[in-house]
Design a protein around this ligand. Sequence first.
Ligand code: RB5
Length: 174
Amino acid sequence: MKIAIGCDHAGFELKEDLKVYLEGKGVEVVDLGTPDGSPVDYPEIGMAVAEKVSTGAIPRGILICGTGIGMSVVANRFRGVRAALCHDLYTARMSREHNDSNLLVLGGRLLGKGIAREIVGVWLDTDFLGGNHRRRLDRIGRLDEERLKGQGPKRKNKPLGKKNLKRRNAGKGI
Ligand code: RB5
């Protein structure tokens, strides 16, 4: 497994610790910065990591800024990137099982090193469930295509009313 990792100054300490953890697990880590704790604008690093994941050059990425919010906003602009901001083990697991997240985002000012390592571990070890979740991700993939063609999001139908929504989703599980 190969992972691209990046952070701004607010995530630097956590990035360094996670590199040690990941390498200990046999993961090949590609560090795209920042190289030290001096102030840097998070979009630059976020774009570098998200681009690797978007092009498929590196299958998975981890981004860290102070809250994780800025990095999430940047990364999710890239085609095919499903960046998940996770603060706990439940969101880490669900981001893989339901959303097939390929980029994990962490808040360096929120998380201690211990919980951050556990979040990364769960995120790495959990598989996508497919099924209904595949259909929903395919829809998001088509949204990417529509936006690239400059058509904006397309809806086949008007938003469904409560009754029809219930009927359409009957038996489909969560
Ligand atoms: C930097 O102070 C901070 O704004 C950044 O790390 C991040 O939290 C942005 O969302």
